[in-house]
Design a protein around this ligand. Sequence first.
Ligand code: SF4
Length: 531
Amino acid sequence: MNERARMLDQYASRVYKNRKDHVLQLEDTPGVPEITANTRTVPGIITNRGCCYAGCKGVVVGPLKDCCVITHGPIGCGFYSWGTRRNKAAASEGGQNYIPYCFSTDMQESDIVFGGEKKLKAAIKEAVDIFHPKYIMICSTCPVGLIGDDVHAVARQAEEEYGITCVGFSCEGYKGVSQSAGHHIANNGLMKHIIGTGDKRPAGKYSLNILGEYNIGGDGWEEERILKRIGYDIISVFTGDGSVEAIQNAHTADLNLVMCHRSINYVAEMMKSKYGTDWLKVNFIGVGATIKSLRDIAKYFGDPDLMARTEEVIADELAAIGEDVEYYKNRLKGKRAGIFSGGSRSHHFQALLKDLGVETIIAGYEFAHRDDYEGRDVIPQIKEDADSKNIENLTIDADPELYKTRYSDEVMHALREQLPVDSYPGMIPDMKSGHIVVDDYNHVETEMLLKLYKPDIFFSGIKDKYIIQKSGVPSRQIHSYDYAGPYAGFKGAVNFARDITMSITVNAWGLIVPPWKSEPMLEGALTGGGE
Ligand code: SF4
C-alpha cells in the first residue's frame, strides 16, 4: 500500500469516494495527472479553507490602503479579516492609509429581522465624518445575502451624497465553495468600477502592474525595489500596499506581472480583453525564480539596454547574498518539506526551497482550481458546475479607445514559445514521482501526512499551524510568515533561509521539561454524599 492508499484507507466509503480524486501520488508516467479541485468540502471535515467573504475582503480588497473597507455583517465575520494577514502598507505622501482599522456594521439580531441597510448607511456616514475617505468598499457577509440588503443601491446613494467612490461586493460567505469565489467577485468589482477610471500616464519607458502580490511581510516592497533598480515604472500593485488611486491607472501599464495566479488571473485576463495588456506569470520567491522572472520581463520588452541593466542588477544582488545563501544551504541540504497554502504560494516556495537544497515532498492548495495544479492548458476541459455558475462571469469587450497591442500575432507566437506570456504551467509539473499532492487537505490528513512522510519542516496555513507544531514538527505559517519576512527576491531568500534554519536546528523541544516529569502527580480523594 503506498502512502496515498494508506491515507485514504482511514475513510468510510462515502468520504473515500469524495476524497480519492483530491489526493494524488505522482508516478513516473508521461503527462500531468488530473486532480479534482474547487469542489465542496465534505461536511463535517475540518477543512483549512475560508469563505467567499474572506477571499474578497481578506485577500483582494482588504489590502487597499486608501479606502475604508466596511464589512456589512456580524462582528464575528470581520474579526478574522482584521490584521491577520500582515498586508504591510505605508501611506504615500499626503495619502491615506486605513489598513490598521477594521470597519464593521456589527449587525445584531434586530438588524437581521428588520434589515441592515439603515445601519450600513449610518456606518458609511460615520466613516465619512471621521476619516474623510475618497473611497469606500462594502463587503457582504452571509446574513446580508440571506435577508436581501441591497449593498449596491446603498453604495450608489453614498456616491451621490458624499461625492466619493463607493463600491459594493456581493461576496456573502456561502456564495462559493471557498475563498476563491471571493477573489473572482472582488476582481469583477475592481474591473467594473475602478480600473480604467484614471488618466495619469506612466512616467517611465517601461511600466508594469504587479498582480496578486499582497505585500505579506513586505514582499511587494522588495520586488518593487529590485524592479525600480532596473528602471521599471510600477503603476500599481494588486493589492498589497496598493491603492485605489493607483489601480485607476492600471490600464496604462505596458505589462501585467502575475504573482498569485489563483487570486488575480481574472483581472489579468479581463485587462487583456479590454486593453490588450499582456500578462506574464512571474515568481519572485526564490533566487533562481527571481532571476528567471527578471530576465523574462526584459525579454518581453526585447530592449538590449534593459537586458544589460537587468544582468547588472542581478549580479550585484547575487554578490550581496552569495555567502549567506551558501552558509544556509550547507545546513539545509537534504531536508524535506511539506507545504500547504491557499493559492500559488505552495508552488512559489518550492523554488526557494529547491535553491536551498530542500525537497518538497508533499504539497497542495486550500482553494485552488485544476489549472493551478495542472496548468492553464486544462481550462477548456474544466466543466462548470452549479457552484461556479453562481459567480458572475463578466463579458469584456475591447475598449474602442484604450485597446492597444504591443506586438503582432507572429511576434506573440514566438514570445509564447520562450516566455510564460498569458500562461501558467501549474504546480504538478514541478513535482516528482513519489511526491504527494492533496487538494483541500484537512485536519486528519495533516496528521497522516506528518506520520507517513516525517517532513523536517511543514509550511501551513492559519488553522493547521498548531496541529503541526504540537506534533513536534517545525512549522512556519506561510500565509503571513508568522512574524517575519520579507521572503521575496534576493534579500528575502536569506531571511527565509535563516528563519527555517532556526526552526529546524533549534532544539526547543529538547530544552523543555514537561511538568509531569518534574512535579509530583496530583493527589486527590473522592468526596461526596454529604459526609
Ligand atoms: S461564512 Fe458567512 S458567517 Fe462565516 S465568516 Fe464567512 S461571511 Fe461570516
